[in-house]
Design a protein. Structure first.
Lengths: 348, 317, 418
């Protein structure tokens, strides 16, 4: 009987310790909590998750915000993570990536006292007012990348000797066909065709943002078909594509952020969208009390999308090409060209 | 039609080898393991560990060769957990394999956060094994087969050697005989004075080494960094390759080649298609082909008799 | 006298069942005082045993049950100790971490744990039935996809009265998943194609068919504002929420868990009490012996895989009608593989699967909470899971350790005598 009593006592003790509400560590120190939840790609993708994180770090340095990051392993984690961040007292919760659309809107509805923002997520009428969607005109920077690729692959193929061939073929590797990816692709194709109507653009959907091997294989297959410039809009999968280009000595175009550092002799430029700045601006609006719901669209008119510097290739790119790109930027800003945003608008 | 036929070229075969190599390495390892009587579904996990170790040690040493050795040994050592669990602790083989698959994900993710500060993808290694691709003089001039077999990267050459070595080991050596006996009639083996435990440990360890090599191939030869999920089910495909290969090294290798071929073909079909067909139709193509092959071709194959059966020696005390 | 002897245990049985069900519902909805009802049911059970069997036997039964629980409890404790060691070595404060793991998983986010566990119970049962027949239904994930697709489709189209509609969706969708698993089953029987390969390949196919399905049902970017997600199913086809009768329950918690519990009990009855269940187990234990008894091996292989498909399909239906109400293009839920873990952990026992699924769900939910509040990598949870599985299933460790202990004691006793 004594034994039993002892066991019961022990169990109660352990349970008491285990189930006691843990103390809040450091919640009172520092400024407002600005949190983000990554999509399944996670930090280290050298793409939008990293970009949003940098934006929050900027908010930490300039606004004194505390930064909390949560990683999601699978889709079912999204709502608990977002809800948890809100319930733990975050002022702003940033959801990164299109795949979190449903989750972040539902969470925003149920947590009206917290501000939410969604990178690559649009809003519809009737969405909660404490949610701000942040969209980018990926088709605009995709278009510029297309102009560059379309010119280099044919007319100016001699500008970068040893990397370009005469087959007039370029490629684009896609991750999952989410809207942002589709806008990149469609803009790229339209841009290439605008300067080079006969160009052959090969497009492969890998259906993954994480499978490097698949991205590599897709790029290699394109290169086998004669592609000499490969663009990607595929997150980590695209790192494999860049690697393939590096091996075969052809050019790659990076995506989202300046990816030149991944392979300096291969990545001629990157189609960038300024996630860092956009994320920071949301954080700033929360800090200033000027946060507004609805969708914020960042396009070339706000200099939020564009091409990265050419780095080592700068001296090799002919001035004529640079001029054509500058002209395209001016045309877009003046609204003189309309760039398609979905596959339905172009014929493949 | 011409463009359609154009995809059947040497590039397709090179691509096949590239896609098949990690599957083949793991499948040959699994074959030896199962012939010794231990079911191994942990290749996926072992590959993850191998891939991770290879990248970490390439970083630490600056040489991908050190990374390769570390990846192989890391896989081997990690697989010994499976050996200890199934052989000495008499745990169910499937359970232990499932445990290893879970553990591998957790351990690499945890270590990655400690080493690199975040999960996801590691930084790029300075130099990959791909840089050590070399052509064997003379032989590489043979049309078609030359560039395919004799102008390759280190781990691909290694996989050729391993295929030959494994075939000889299983077919011609005494150790191979013992391994097969451990999987068919362990008691008989024990009565002639050979330790079934030791032979089975050997089988598991070999399979760990080879799966580790497969992981290293993925991270430091075919890529320049480790990312979570980069094995993407290849360990399980290797399991399928081992079974459809009828538990023989050469069969496993051919089955792996078949998977690689189907996958390579799939990507090229996608490039070639002029009409707008959902990409998924192409992506499922290798899997459909695999089902047809397994159902139609390999009905004769049979697992080793004592595969997955626990073997316990009654010690007299 | 005779009458009361029959009457009293009967009354007790009714009370036990009522308390147990009420307690379980309350507890699952995070009304934690429901635990006292469960405890009460346990006490009543003991008293009933005393009445029917006599005090000595009742005591013995309790002791036996305690012994059975020993291995899992010791296993969990040991893996916790190992986890603490890992945390100390890598420089985290283990007490805070474990506290937030438990608080997050079992108290604060208990509803998340229950939501996590619900599909796991179904896929766990699916895989367990396969194992009982000696089959490895590694492709439960694919059957889950088929169930999800069918349920989404019917949920969008079927506008019958709520109850009837939900029952029909369950039956038809799960049957579709079962039918999908007929292919591997028949291939296994007719050509000997190994089910590990075929179910896995069929799972991949189902996974890649789902984007096409999503596009065809409201997810096409050309025509829809919400792309890569289907339209929402008809509201009357939603599973009821706990919050409709227990106001404090979390708004997302649906009654799918209760359906899962009922299913687990039914499968337990089917496997362990029915003739069909006996035949499946016989085939799994020794196919040749079963054949000698006149049991058709092929028929039972097909039965086990088809039932496995049905159960995995139910997981998809429950998730669709209860939680998501639509289908996402990229589910990637991993329920198939986690189902393997919970089934193995429970030793393929249907009732055990309920508890292992809840444990797994709680570890996941607690892990999220922990990494959010303490900054400790959530990956530690995967390590803990692996160790728990290892330490519970490797029962041999305990008998080995026990034997060592006994022999040492014996040796010491002999020494003392000498």
């Amino acid at each position: 009987m004594k034994k039993v009593l002892l066991v019961v006592l022990m169990v109660c003790l352990v349970a008491g310790i285990a189930f006691a509400r843990p103390g809040r560590e450091g919640a009172s120190t520092g400024g407002a909590v600005m949190a983000m939840a990554t999509d399944v790609g996670g930090l280290g993708d050298k793409s939008f998750n990293d970009g949003a994180y940098q934006g929050l770090l900027l908010a930490r340095d300039r606004l004194g915000a505390q930064v909390v990051v949560v990683e999601s392993k699978q889709q079912t984690d999204y709502i608990p993570n977002l809800t948890g961040l809100a319930e733990d007292g975050a002022r702003l919760v940033v959801a990164v990536g299109f795949l979190m659309e449903e989750a972040v809107k539902e969470t925003a509805t149920h947590n009206p006292d917290t501000y939410f923002a969604g990178i690559d997520i649009g809003t519809n009428p009737g969405d909660p007012s404490n949610f701000q969607g942040v969209l980018f005109n990926e088709h605009e920077c995709g278009y510029l990348a297309g102009v560059l690729a379309g010119l280099l692959t044919q007319q100016y193929a001699s500008a970068i000797p040893g990397k370009l061939n005469s087959q007039n073929t370029i490629g684009v590797v896609l991750g999952m066909l989410v809207p942002a990816v589709e806008r990149y692709e469609v803009g790229f194709i339209a841009g290439a065709r605008s300067v080079n109507p006969t160009v052959n653009v090969i497009s492969v959907t890998t259906d993954s943002f994480t499978d490097q091997a698949r991205g590599k294989e897709a790029a290699l297959a394109m290169i086998d078909q004669g592609a000499d410039i490969v663009f990607h809009a595929a997150g980590q999968t695209g790192l494999g594509s860049i690697n393939a280009c590096d091996e075969r000595g052809v050019l790659a175009i990076g995506v989202d952020i300046d990816q030149n550092a991944v392979a300096p002799n291969t990545v001629v430029t990157s189609a960038m969208k300024d996630i860092v700045q956009a994320t920071y601006l949301v954080a700033e609006s929360v800090a200033n009390g000027t946060f507004a719901g609805g969708t914020q669209v960042y396009g070339i008119d706000r200099d939020a999308v564009g091409l990265a510097p050419f780095h080592g290739f700068d001296s090799q790119i002919p001035q004529a090409v640079k001029d054509r790109i500058a002209a395209a930027i001016a045309d877009m800003k003046a609204g003189r060209i309309r760039i398609p945003t979905s596959r339905a608008e172009i014929n493949r | 039609m011409n463009t359609f036929l154009a995809i059947f070229n040497a590039d397709l075969l090179v691509s096949t080898i590239r896609l098949a190599t990690p599957i083949a390495l793991a499948a040959i390892g699994a074959t030896i393991c199962e012939r010794s009587g231990i079911v191994n579904i942990a290749m996926e996990g072992i590959m993850v560990v191998g891939a991770f170790m290879a990248v970490v040690f390439t970083f630490l040493s600056g040489s991908p060769w050190v990374g390769l050795v570390a990846g192989i040994l890391g896989g081997g050592i990690f697989s010994l957990i499976h050996g200890a669990a199934t052989i000495s602790l008499h745990m169910d083989h499937t359970v232990s394999g499932a445990v290893l698959n879970i553990l591998a994900l957790g351990v690499t993710r945890y270590l990655m956060i400690l080493f690199y500060g975040h999960p996801g993808t590691t930084d790029s290694i300075p130099i990959s094994l791909k840089a050590y691709q070399f052509a064997i003089p003379g032989l590489s001039r043979i049309p078609l087969l030359g560039p395919l077999l004799f102008n390759q990267t280190p781990i691909v050459y290694l996989s050729f050697l391993i295929l030959i070595a494994a075939t000889i080991l299983m077919g011609k050596t005494k150790t191979g005989l013992h391994i097969r006996a451990a999987g068919e009639h362990p008691l008989a083996l024990e009565t002639i004075g050979v330790s079934v435990y030791k032979i089975r440990y050997l089988g598991v360890f070999i399979s760990g080494l080879l799966s580790g090599a497969a992981g290293a191939y993925l991270s430091i030869e075919n890529a320049v960094s480790f990312s979570e999920g980069m094995t993407s089910g290849k360990g399980f495909i290797a399991l399928a390759a081992m079974i459809s290969g009828g538990w023989s090294p050469i069969g496993a290798y051919l089955a792996a080649l078949f998977f690689g071929f189907a996958d390579a073909l799939q990507i090229r079909f996608q490039i070639m298609s002029r009409v707008r067909i959902p990409a998924e139709i192409f992506i499922i193509f290798p899997y459909v082909l695999c089902i047809i092959a397994v159902a139609g071709l390999v009905r004769r194959s049979r697992a080793p008799k004592a595969d997955g059966k626990d073997f316990m020696i009654e010690k007299s005390e | 006298m005779n009458n009361s002897k029959k009457f009293l245990p009967g009354l007790f049985l009714v009370l036990i069942i009522v308390f147990l069900i009420l307690g379980a519902i309350l507890y699952l909805a995070a009304y934690f005082w429901g635990f006292f009802l469960i405890l009460l049911a346990g006490i009543l059970y003991f008293i009933r045993q005393v009445i029917t069997l006599g005090p000595a036997e009742a005591k013995l039964n309790v002791k036996l049950m305690g012994k059975k629980l020993m291995v899992p409890v010791v296993g969990i404790l040991c893996s916790m100790i190992l986890a603490i060691l890992i945390m100390i070595i890598t420089g985290y404060d283990p007490l805070t971490v474990l506290k937030s793991l438990f608080y997050g998983g079992f108290i604060r986010n208990w509803h998340v744990s229950v939501l996590n566990a619900t599909p796991l119970i179904f896929t766990g049962l699916s895989i367990a039935i396969g194992f009982k027949a000696g089959l490895f239904n590694i492709g439960a994930e694919g059957q889950y996809y088929i169930g999800t697709m069918a349920a989404t489709y019917l949920g969008l189209k079927l506008g019958l009265p709520p109850f009837l509609s939900i029952v029909l969706i369950y039956l038809i969708s799960a049957s579709a998943a079962a039918a999908y698993n007929i292919f591997p089953a028949v291939l296994k029987v007719k050509t000997g194609a190994h089910e590990v390969i075929t179910t896995m390949m069929f799972a991949h196919i189902a996974r890649y068919l789902s984007p096409i399905f999503v596009l065809a049902n409201g997810g096409d970017p050309a025509t829809s504002t919400h792309v890569y997600v289907t339209d929402e199913i008809i509201r009357t086809n939603f599973l009821p929420y706990f919050s409709s009768f227990l106001p404090e329950a979390n708004y997302r918690l649906h009654i799918g868990i209760l359906i899962a519990l009922i299913t687990a009990v039914a499968i337990n009855f089917f496997l362990n009490r029915s003739k069909y269940g006996y035949e499946i187990r016989a085939v799994g234990a020794n196919a040749d012996a079963a054949r000698a008894q006149g049991i058709s091996v092929g028929r039972n292989i097909i039965l086990a895989l088809v039932m496995g498909g049905f159960l995995a399909g139910m997981a998809g239906v429950t998730e669709t009608l209860g939680l998501n109400h639509k289908m996402f293009q990229n589910l990637d839920a991993g329920y198939g593989f986690n189902g393997i873990s919970v089934a193995l952990l429970a030793g393929n026992h249907p009732i055990g699967i309920i508890f292992t699924s809840l444990l797994w769900g709680a570890l996941d939910a607690g892990g999220q909470y922990m990494s959010r509040t303490t900054g400790v990598p959530g990956a530690i949870v995967e390590i803990i899971k692996g160790m728990i599985l290892f330490l519970i299933v490797a029962k041999y460790i305990y008998s080995w350790a026990g034997n060592r202990l006994v022999s040492r004691r014996k040796a010491r006793a002999e020494e003392g005598l000498a």
